[in-house]
Every structure is written in structure tokens, then in C-alpha cells.
Write a protein that binds this ligand. Structure first.
Ligand SMILES: Cc1ncc(C[n+]2csc(CCOP(=O)(O)OP(=O)(O)O)c2C)c(N)n1
Ligand SMILES: [Mg+2]
Length: 689
């Protein structure tokens, strides 16, 4: 059919709009010569019905706090989301959170799918593109994030809603494929959501029987519906993804279900409409090819030679559907908000601050200061005291742990437990589900809570994929990693982190802080809270370490510079520089004294954060590590990897080269060389003594 003939005969139907989503996706993938056309072709009706008829979302204000959230966990289907954002006319929002007149995804960006500096990255990235609620691509993560959004939604409702003033009741929808549901993180998250009875959560499972390698049956045969029933979900099924009425019934079922999340299993066809590729993995991962595109368009009764065609009336149809519905819902909410702000100015102010990722006045008041103490305390202990003080000042600081709250010292005293049906508490019990905890905390941060969560540092590897995405998404999540070294002792090498510090330091856009005494912990927590666009990992000890006498040593505020001279050599002219982090700073201080007795002048540098130190200017760096001072020893109970950066070619690195061992701490220290004698010997070696 020619474009003209097509234009003259069309009336705007749901089908026409669905096919517009499909063909825009196909054309963008074809033009980019890269991407996944098949999933958007199969899922277009599912997303159309949801957005056009159910999603409570105002395209003119995509940051409205009570909007329904839509998560495309199957991030490879990114064009499905971009086409939808474009056609529904979602506005762009700038970095300050101001809604602009321009579109989040204008047509030029659809045409520039997967190109440099565009808004339509290969997989959806929330910090790049308005309307993308969370970054997806690594399968299962979006599903995990959606549980965090649902947790946050319930928390906001429990803490802020008032009789007759229901500010928060938004729903969270996530589209998941076979891959998402095969991933462990989604299983953890689904288990948690079922347990917590999050009835504001709906997962739509694209049951298309295909994955990348071939038929899903090659690798996936469990009864998904029974599994989710077992998790405590309400499960329903739509036998045909093209049946809008049945899809609508699925969404209605979700909206009517209380006390449990809903899974809608939708049987669909990947590459729907493609004569040769439908229901095959070939509709996946690569463009259809020009010839197949024509055949598909023929099947859709679409002008075969058209590209990026949006038929007359399609934009209007979306405007009259989601546009009108969303604008009305938003306007009602704005009125509600006005009444709320008048009656509850204090809470309204809190919500405004949260939206800006700002902190309340006095957020750092009444923080503990720790007196000098040779025996001192574990940094996890001082962390527990600090975060409890902070939590009193910041009502939306929400804590939790993956079943180690007592060990991580993350419990917020008197702040209540977050439990099924009882959602006001600020202690979330993620259970032994580190990965889901990480993904959920990202979803909570996207919903503007300030979440922190704890586990043992060694299990940082169990949450790492979520940490990495939080860093990419620029989310200020705080990870409390305790038991940070072989210093944890008897639990042995299965629990002793070695390479975790190096791996986090290698990750872009995350602040890693390993404070060296109780007062450095207070500073570290302050820095973590001041971050608005990056996560923080607090790396804390199980074992006690001395609290330094700050009347003799430099103030702990030096933590803000990443590294600082804690205790200098006489006259500021060191023979040797001893560099430590965390529990090893004390060791350096003890070695400094010993060296002094032998007339060797040592400087001790505490370097809790490589990232912050690297951000300092050259003059400051030179003042801490003068280039002329080449005799340097680093001491850290972790992998030696990377320390050459600070020790230089003439320095010595005292660290770990094996997995550790199971034994009492004092024996481990001796075996692995974390003794004053060994530091002293290394210092002398660097001086050729
Ligand atoms: C963690 C992770 N592993 C692997 C991939 C690569 N990958 C992208 S899509 C896909 C297949 C997914 O199959 P399914 O979820 O059923 O999606 P469909 O093929 O049906 O669109 C894979 C393995 C990924 N994106 N994330
Ligand atoms: Mg599939």
C-alpha cells in the first residue's frame, strides 16, 4: 500500500497505534543496524493497553511523585519504551527536576537509536532519559528495582497519607521476560514482595517461549505460575497478547487484588507479524533486515516503504487517552497536595526536600564525638551510633540489612520494623537476599527515600550487580559493609574479603570509604549523606580499633579530602610515609612511634577514600604525598592490587595475597604480617636500612 492510500483510508484505532509502536521500533532497530525488534513487536499491545487505559501517569509531568511507575525489566526491548515515551508525548525534565516543553524522546532520537550522546541508549538509562524510571538491561535488575519502588510506595503511604488526604497510592508495573524470571535476583525480589504482601506491584510476564539461544524450553521448564503462587502472589493469565480486552481484565484483576502482588502471565509471540522470524530467536538481537521489514509491514497493513511513520491521529489518540486521564489525575493530586501542604506543612516540606534529594536543616546535629581511647571500638559500632543519631534528623533515612542487622549495627532504635501490612517502619528486613536488597534499595532511592542496607563486606559480591547499576544510575544509596577484612577472624577465608575493596575502587562513580577510627566514621557517614548523585560503600570493621586523640592528631574532618596527614613527622619532613586505611591506620601510628624511637621520622597518612583524594587539586595531593618522599609503605588487610598508585616504585605494600585463614585474630595478624614489627621492618627496607 502506498503511504497516500494508507493515509486516506485510516481511522484511528487501537490497532493502528499498536502498529505504530511496532513499526517505530522496527525502523529504529533497522536504522541503527543493532537492537532487538522482536520483543517490541510482541509486547506492543500489552504496553499500549496499560499506558493508554490504566497507567496513572501524566506525560506532561513525568516527575509527579504519585505517578504509577512503569519498569521495562526486559531492557533489551528498549525501543518499546522509547516508542511509547515518544508517542505518549512524555516531556523532558532537566537536572533540576524542572519539566521542559521539549519531549523526552523526540523523533530525532528515535531515528538516532543507539547513537553517541543520544537519549535512546541501547538499553534504557534512567539518568539519561526522562520517563525511564530505572536503568535496565542486566536481566532481573528491573524486577528487583520494581520491588524497591513498591516498598517505597507503601512506606510513603504509611508515613504521609492522612485521612481524606491520600497522597500516595501509586502502582508499580514491571514487564519481565523469560530471562528476568530465570535470574536469581528476580526470584529473591519476588519472594520478598510476596512476603511483604506488596499489592501495589504488578509484574507482567512475557511468556513467549523464546530466549536468545533458542526455544525457552531448552533451558526453562518450571511451572512459573505455581512458583509465584508459592511466593504468595496472585497469578492470572492472558492467553493472547493481542487481546486487549483480556489484557484489560488482567490489569483490572491486579487493581482489585489486595494483600498480594500480581503476576500477569501473557502468552505472546516474539517478532509478531514477521512471516519468517515470528516465534524464533532470530527476531531477537538483530534487525529484521530490509526485506523482512517490508513483509512485516505488509502484514500490519502498513505502507511498505514508509519509515518512522506516525499516521495522522495517532498522537491525538494518545493525547485523548493517557494524556487526558493522566492530566486529570495529576490535577486532582495537585489540589490534594495544596490542601495537604496547608494542613501538614512540616510533612509537605519533607516531601519537597526528598524530591530534590536535599537534607533537612540540622541533618547533622547531635552526632556523636568519640573521646580518645586506646582500646577504642569497632567501626561498625561507631557506625551504628552515628546512623542512629542521623536517623533522628532525617526522617526518610530508611535502613535495613540482609539478615545481619545485629552484626552490621544497622538497626535504627525505636524506628519500627517494616513488616507485611505494616509499612511505616524504617528497619527493612530483606532476609538473606543481598542481591534483591541492592536492587530494591535502588528502587527506593529512585522513589526518593534515602536507603542504606548492610551485609558482610565479603557478600558485597552477592549485591555487586545492583551496586554497579546504582553507580551508573547516579543513585545515592548507602551500603554498610561490615566485617571488612581478615580481621573478622575465626569465620575464615569464606568470609574474609580480599579483592572487594579493589573491585569497588575500580568501579566508576561510587564513593568507597574505609574509616580509620570512630570519629572518621562520623565524617564518613556525613559524606555519604551529602552525596546526591553517587552511591557510597562504607567499609567497616568487626574488631575494635583505637580512637585517636584528635588534640594530638589532625581532625577527622580530613576524611572529606579522601586522604590526610593524620600524624606528621617532626618538622613535616618525613623519612618515610606510612599509609593506612581502616583498622590498619592504628598499626601505622604504632609503627610511627617505634620508628621515632629509632630516630626514623615517619608520617602517617589515613586514606579512607581513594576517590575523594583523587578529586583534590595537585597542590593538596603533593602536600600529603610529596613527590620527593619516595619511601612509602601502605598497610591494608586486603588485596595489594592498585596500591602502587600511592606507594610508588620504591615503596612497599603490606596486604593480602591469599584468601586468609580461619583462626583467632591475633594469630592471623601475625601470620599475614599485620604487626607493628613488620610495618617497621618494611619502613626500614624502603630506607635501605
Ligand atoms: C544478566 C543478563 N544476562 C544476559 C543478558 C543477554 N540477554 C539479553 S536478552 C536475552 C534473552 C532474554 O530472553 P527473554 O527474557 O525471554 O527475552 P525475549 O527473547 O523473549 O525477548 C539475553 C540472554 C542480559 N541482558 N542480562
Ligand atoms: Mg522470552
Amino acid at each position: 500500500m502506498s503511504q497516500q492510500a494508507f493515509a486516506s483510508q485510516q481511522i484511528v484505532t487501537d490497532q493502528l497505534c499498536i502498529n505504530t509502536i511496532r513499526t517505530l521500533s522496527i525502523d529504529a532497530v533497522q536504522q541503527a543496524n543493532s537492537g532487538h525488534p522482536g520483543a517490541p513487536m510482541g509486547l506492543a499491545p500489552v504496553v499500549y493497553e496499560l499506558w493508554q487505559r490504566y497507567l496513572k501517569y501524566d506525560p506532561a509531568n513525568p516527575v509527579w511523585p504519585n505517578r504509577d511507575r512503569f519498569v521495562l525489566s526486559a531492557g533489551h526491548a528498549s525501543m518499546l519504551l522509547y516508542s511509547t515515551l515518544h508517542l505518549t508525548g512524555v516531556h523532558a525534565v532537566n537536572e533540576k527536576g524542572e519539566v521542559l516543553d521539549s519531549l523526552a524522546v523526540p523523533m530525532e532520537e528515535i531515528k538516532r537509536f543507539r547513537q553517541l550522546d543520544g537519549k535512546t541508549a541501547g538499553h534504557p538509562e534512567s539518568h539519561l532519559t526522562t520517563g525511564v524510571e530505572t536503568t535496565t538491561g542486566p536481566l532481573g535488575q528491573g524486577a528487583g528495582n520494581s520491588v524497591g519502588m513498591a516498598i517505597a510506595g507503601k512506606w510513603l503511604a504509611a508515613n504521609f497519607n492522612k485521612p481524606e488526604l491520600e497522597l500516595f497510592n501509586f502502582k508499580v508495573y514491571a514487564v519481565c521476560g523469560d530471562g528476568d524470571l530465570m535470574e536469581g535476583v528476580a526470584a529473591e525480589a519476588a519472594s520478598l514482595a510476596g512476603h511483604l504482601r506488596l499489592d501495589n506491584l504488578c509484574w507482567i510476564y512475557d511468556n513467549n517461549h523464546v530466549t536468545l539461544d533458542g526455544p525457552a524450553s531448552w533451558s526453562f521448564s518450571e511451572d512459573v505460575m505455581t512458583r509465584f503462587v508459592g511466593y504468595g502472589w496472585n497469578v492470572t493469565r492472558v492467553a493472547d497478547a493481542n487481546d486487549l480486552m483480556m489484557l484489560g481484565r488482567g490489569y483490572e484483576t491486579f487493581l482489585k487484588t489486595s494483600g498480594k502482588p500480581t503476576l500477569i502471565v501473557v502468552d505472546s509471540h516474539i517478532g509478531y507479524g514477521s512471516p519468517h522470524k515470528q516465534d524464533t530467536y532470530e527476531a531477537h538481537g538483530e534487525p529484521l533486515g530490509e526485506a523482512e521489514v517490508k513483509l512485516v509491514k505488509g502484514n500490519y497493513e502498513w505502507p511498505e516503504d514508509s519509515k518512522f511513520l506516525v499516521p495522522d491521529g495517532v498522537y491525538e489518540n494518545f493525547k485523548n487517552g493517557i494524556g487526558k486521564r493522566g492530566a486529570e489525575a495529576h490535577a486532582q493530586w495537585v489540589k490534594l497536595w495544596g490542601d495537604y501542604a496547608k494542613q501538614f506543612p512540616e510533612q509537605a516540606k519533607q516531601l519537597e526536600l526528598m524530591q530534590k534529594r536535599a537534607l533537612p536543616d540540622g541533618w547533622d546535629k547531635n552526632l556523636p564525638t568519640f573521646p580518645p581511647d586506646a582500646k577504642g571500638m569497632a567501626t561498625r559500632e561507631s557506625s551504628g551510633k552515628t546512623v542512629n543519631a542521623l536517623a533522628k534528623n532525617i526522617p526518610w533515612l530508611v535502613g535495613g540489612s540482609a539478615d545481619l542487622a545485629k552484626s552490621n549495627k544497622t538497626n535504627l532504635d525505636g524506628a519500627g520494623e517494616y513488616l507485611p501490612g505494616d509499612y511505616a517502619g524504617r528497619n527493612v528486613h530483606y532476609g538473606v537476599r543481598e542481591h534483591a536488597m541492592g536492587a530494591a534499595m535502588s528502587g527506593m532511592a529512585e522513589t526518593r527515600l534515602r536507603p542504606f542496607g548492610g551485609t558482610f563486606f565479603n557478600f558485597c559480591d552477592y549485591v555487586k550487580p545492583a551496586v554497579r547499576l546504582a553507580a551508573l544510575m547516579e543513585l545515592p544509596v548507602i551500603y554498610v559493609f561490615t566485617h571488612d577484612s581478615i580481621g573478622l577472624g575465626e569465620d575464615g577465608p569464606t568470609h574474609q574479603p580480599i579483592e572487594q575493596l579493589a573491585s569497588l575502587r575500580a568501579m566508576p562513580n561510587i564513593l568507597v570509604l574505609r574509616p580509620g577510627d570512630a570519629n572518621e566514621v562520623v565524617e564518613a557517614w556525613k559524606l555519604a549523606l551529602l552525596q546526591s548523585h553517587r552511591p557510597t560503600a562504607l567499609v567497616l570493621s568487626r574488631q575494635a580499633m583505637p580512637t585517636f586523640d584528635r588534640t594530638k592528631f589532625a581532625p577527622a574532618s580530613g576524611v572529606a579530602k579522601g586522604a590526610y596527614v593524620l600524624s606528621d613527622a617532626p618538622g613535616g619532613k618525613p623519612d618515610v610515609i606510612l599509609i593506612g586505611t581502616g583498622s590498619e591506620v592504628g598499626l601505622c601510628v604504632a609503627a610511627q612511634e617505634k620508628l621515632a624511637a629509632e630516630s626514623i621520622k615517619a608520617r602517617v597518612v589515613s586514606i579512607p577514600s581513594w576517590e575523594l583524594f583523587e578529586e583534590q587539586d595537585a597542590a593538596y595531593k603533593e602536600s600529603v604525598f610529596p613527590s620527593a618522599a619516595t619511601a612509602r609503605v601502605s598497610v591494608e588487610m586486603a588485596s595489594t592490587f592498585g596500591w602502587e598508585r600511592y606507594t610508588g616504585p620504591k615503596g612497599r605494600i603490606i596486604g593480602m595475597r591469599t584468601f586468609g585463614a580461619s583462626a583467632p585474630l591475633k594469630d592471623l595478624l601475625k601470620k599475614f604480617g599485620f604487626t607493628v614489627e613488620n610495618v617497621v621492618a618494611a619502613a626500614k627496607q624502603t630506607l635501605g636500612k
